[in-house]
Design a protein around this ligand. Structure first.
Ligand code: ADP
Length: 230
């Protein structure tokens, strides 16, 4: 109840602020007051950042309060991957980053909580883009087997700043950011902690390997069927 109320109390005025920023942008453009646009954009960007932080903190608090209700629905994998590509395309614009989508033919469906799956993938992809100045971002989806169980492996690979071997174990802790705080990349340090919790609730996990200065590979492994979901 507290979480639902707080979420509402925080989001309602923020949405009003974002709505007004959008109106101001239109009015400033129509009135030929282009010099105001950078300030309006700052209001918009900061507001959106705050929405993302609030969503993360609420997600974490919901997870601490108990296991969330998970949905079990079939999701077609190739269209999902293409949807992810469309979602991150704006973040790639005007950056020296190539995008690659590598889909094993005949991937079929996965039965899982589609919203949680999308949230995990978007988090991994946004991190890959955030921590990569140039080079390539790849989303590869393939089928993997462990014993007689079938998994889907979603691998997000980047050619970015990478992560030192002795920091890898810290990545999934709440609020942990493993790069020098003086170089601000933004973020809350909650994305991976939440993503791994979700992945485990869905019966899977997130694995990482990385090389400092060369790039990182995060792999989300999820069972194809709903067995193993909490
Ligand atoms: P946030 O990105 O909001 O700080 P995350 O939990 O998503 O939080 O990530 C935690 C930290 O892990 C990041 O601050 C960064 O130091 C490191 N990290 C995550 N993804 C990558 C990546 N693709 N390349 C390099 N470092 C990463």
């Amino acid at each position: 109840m507290f979480l639902a109320n707080m979420g509402h109390e925080l989001r309602t005025p923020l949405n009003a602020i974002l709505g007004c920023a959008e109106l101001l942008r239109e009015e400033a453009t129509a009135a030929g007051l282009g010099q105001l646009l950078p300030d309006i954009q700052t209001v918009d960007r900061s507001g959106r950042h705050l929405v993302a932080v609030i969503e993360d903190i609420l997600d974490l608090a919901r997870l601490e309060a108990g296991v969330p209700q998970l949905r079990r629905e079939p999701v077609a994998l190739a269209p999902l991957a293409e949807e992810m590509e469309a979602a991150v395309r704006p973040q790639l614009r005007n950056r020296p980053l190539r995008w690659r989508l590598a889909l094993e033919p005949g991937l079929g469906d996965i039965t899982t909580d589609a919203t949680k799956l999308r949230q995990i993938l978007l988090n991994l992809l946004s991190n890959a883009i955030k921590f990569t100045a140039r080079g390539e971002i790849e989303l590869a989806v393939r089928v993997a087997h462990e014993g007689d169980r079938e998994f889907i492996a979603f691998r997000v690979a980047d050619t970015g700043i990478g992560i030192a071997a002795d920091k890898l174990s810290l990545l999934f802790r709440d609020f942990s950011q493993v790069h020098d705080a003086r170089h601000s990349y933004g973020g809350t340090g909650l994305g991976l902690a939440i993503s791994r919790r979700f992945a485990r609730l869905l019966g899977g996990d997130i694995l990482v390997d990385s090389e400092l200065g060369h790039g990182s590979r995060f792999t989300l492994l999820l069972p194809r069927g709903p067995q193993g979901m909490s």
